[in-house]
Design a protein around this ligand. Structure first.
Ligand code: ACO
Length: 398
């Protein structure tokens, strides 16, 4: 707490808290985290329950409506999202304008901001019905935007959503299908998108759905506080997520495991991570809030073991990851700083087995998190007397 009277000529105090390590920016009813115990709940429901016994769209419905859907409600919700998954033809030209080899996160952020031009009326959403349509629209379209961003990055034609496929399957379809939408079939004529793949990706989406006031959600709320369009706020969340200290860590984890290359090299990299003179950090380790095992990481670790053979997970990368984990969890440096593996440490190996290219790891995070961002945006909008986000500073210049 800083007494500002000495240098601002005003009386009073304010807190100086770089990185907001001890500052609550809002009240919220959406997501609960107990970082010391390693607990996470959406609307009061434990993440373990949601990831094990419910599909992703149920968590989406829960976050938006504060209750899990009935079977009929889920069916209607699923159908509505399928119908809303198509993009306006005018957006195609925007994607085409980006250079091939552009990073999908850059395209995703730009295309999401551009979506506000097609749905400009959402600037003034007021009624509950208008809010729900606005939210469902962006959630439904995000897998399509992400898949288009990927296909732009490899110079491939876009694949429209298939109305006969559900949310998660549709994303895999739009990523994998041949021009014209044809899917290669297995030797027995089976669809190449396997149920086990859909289930694995669906769980990853569930685990990413919300995480209270992280950097990207805070960006969304900050933009919301100025009264800008909700889809532009989501675009700012995408931009904030991209960095490797946040959602971009899932991409960096695999790149780092590949750079380490062999279990015999792990010790040298652990030594670098501990060296105060070296900027090197173990990607996928540490968290601002979790000072115990990240519960999402625990679920993904178990999922990795279950899927190891069926999805042919890369055992070489898993071996390196296990060795890092084993050493770090017993090393004084990591133990004293409470640095545990986070969600990003485990998601990459599963995403690789799902044939998701590395550049699409963070966009997968975006697809899962869109519901969290838009739910938090709506909560902000409904807050009576909500203020513009406008922190103070400690001026130290001339
Ligand atoms: N490897 C080595 N040392 C680390 C790591 C790491 N991954 N993370 C933190 N530390 C050390 C810091 O050097 C610091 O040490 P010191 O006290 O000797 O100076 C101490 O642990 C505290 O680190 P901070 O950076 O102050 O912790 P903060 O809460 O600000 O940062 C963060 C959290 C950004 C996640 C950090 O742990 C990190 O950079 N991790 C690697 C990137 C990563 O995995 N990000 C994904 C986070 S989860 C998500 O966003 C979905």
């Amino acid at each position: 707490v800083v007494d500002i009277s000495s240098f601002y000529g005003q009386t009073g105090m304010f807190t100086y808290d770089p990185g907001y390590t001890s500052t609550a920016s809002c009240t919220s009813e959406v997501t609960f985290i107990d970082g010391d115990k390693g607990e996470l709940r959406y609307r009061g429901v434990e993440i373990e329950e949601l990831a094990t016994n419910h599909e992703y769209l149920e968590s989406v419905y829960l976050l938006l409506n504060s209750k899990l859907p009935t079977k009929e409600e889920l069916q209607d919700f699923d159908l509505e999202l399928r119908h809303r998954s198509f993009l306006h033809q005018g957006l195609n030209d925007l994607f085409i304008a980006f250079p091939s080899n552009s990073h999908p996160m850059a395209t995703l952020s730009a295309a999401t901001a551009a979506l506000s031009t097609f749905y400009f009326s959402h600037l003034d959403v007021c009624t509950e019905e208008e809010l729900q349509v606005m939210a469902r629209r962006i959630i439904a379209k995000m897998p399509t935007i992400a898949a288009y961003a990927y296909r732009t990055s490899i110079g491939a034609p876009f694949i429209q959503p298939d109305i006969d496929r559900g949310f998660t399957e549709n994303f895999l379809y739009m990523m994998r299908a041949y021009p014209g939408g044809k899917m290669h079939r297995g030797i027995n004529g089976e669809d190449v998108i396997r149920d086990i793949e859909i289930k694995a990706l669906d769980t990853i989406f569930t685990l990413h759905a919300d995480h209270e006031q992280n950097a990207s959600t805070t960006s969304v709320r900050n933009v919301a506080s100025t009264g800008a369009h909700p889809y532009v706020a989501i675009s700012s969340g995408i931009s904030a997520l991209w960095g490797s200290a946040h959602g971009g860590a899932n991409e960096s984890v695999i790149e780092q495991l590949e750079m380490i290359g062999h279990v015999d090299n792990v010790d040298a990299f652990i030594a670098r991570a501990k060296d105060p003179e070296d900027d090197f950090r173990l990607m996928g380790f540490g968290h601002r809030v979790y000072k115990n095992f990240d519960p999402r990481a625990r679920i993904l670790k178990e999922l990795q073991v279950q899927l190891q053979y069926e999805l042919k997970l890369d055992s070489h990368l898993m071996q390196i990851a296990s060795k890092i984990e084993e050493i770090a969890l017993n090393d004084e440096y990591f133990v004293s700083r409470k640095l545990y593996p986070n969600i990003d440490f485990y998601s990459g190996v599963i995403l690789t087995a799902l044939k998701i290219p590395i550049s699409m790891f963070t966009p997968v995070f975006v697809i899962g998190r869109t519901v969290g961002w838009i739910t938090q945006w709506m909560e902000f909008k409904k807050t009576k007397g909500a203020k513009i986000a406008r922190p103070r500073q400690l001026y130290v210049g001339k």
